[in-house]
Ligand binder design. Sequence first.
Ligand code: ADP
Ligand code: MG
Length: 247
Amino acid sequence: MLEIKGLCKSYENYGKSGRLEVLDHIDMTVGDEEFVSIIGPSGCGKSTIFNLLCGIEGKSEGTVLVGKSPAKPSDFSYMPQTDLLMDWKRVWENIALPLKLRGVSKAEAKARVLGQSALYGLSGFENAWPSELSGGMRQRAAFFRTMLSSGKIMLLDEPFAALDALNRERMQEWLMEVLANEKRTIVLITHSVDEAVFLSDRVYVLSDRPAKVKCAITIGLPRPRRRKLLTTPEFNDLKAVLLSNLI
Ligand SMILES: Nc1ncnc2c1ncn2[C@@H]1O[C@H](COP(=O)(O)OP(=O)(O)O)[C@@H](O)[C@H]1O
Ligand SMILES: [Mg+2]
């Protein structure tokens, strides 16, 4: 589905040294309906990978294919690190934005959001303002909006990082349930080893900046996965492998 080959990025004219190398020949593949996580130290270049895929930044070197064709920004549904909800628009209008951009009428867009809002834990809040939502609800609203985007590949940049531990675990379980019903191809950036192992089919571990791929680990744990998996030896063995590659 997605094939990244030799992706490099450096920022020129950066500070005194003149050049900041961020990505160093990243190779990565993501299969159809696969859930892949990217984990790596803070500042190593994870968000930069997504910005290159979406065309927000230009790459320095490398190729990116979706299917067999060069990737286009419209191949991706991007959920950036900050939720970017517009405070002056109601919750449903924020969620419906991708539909509006595709020319769907206001009435139909609203009906679609209202029809699915329960799944995202937002029923009764469709007409609220974003400022009236909890942190977890804001993230679910941003995720709902991303699900309504038409890009084949979802890019989720640390969607749960701002949440406290309990909410974060609830959201991870919730995400798995949503995705069990509606299969997607997903690339998730996280700095949580637990999150990566719990959610993923495969995990890429990146080095410090300039980021290189240190290893790719297959997470063969059966699905559906539940919280109790977190205390099993199989889960802890995979965590240990990831941690030994991270540090
Ligand atoms: N537009 C930019 N111009 C210059 N440097 C940038 C820009 N965007 C990111 N960087 C730098 O690139 C490095 C990697 O950033 P980022 O990809 O956001 O890291 P991560 O998401 O892994 O924490 C950081 O050192 C950051 O300061
Ligand atoms: Mg980042």
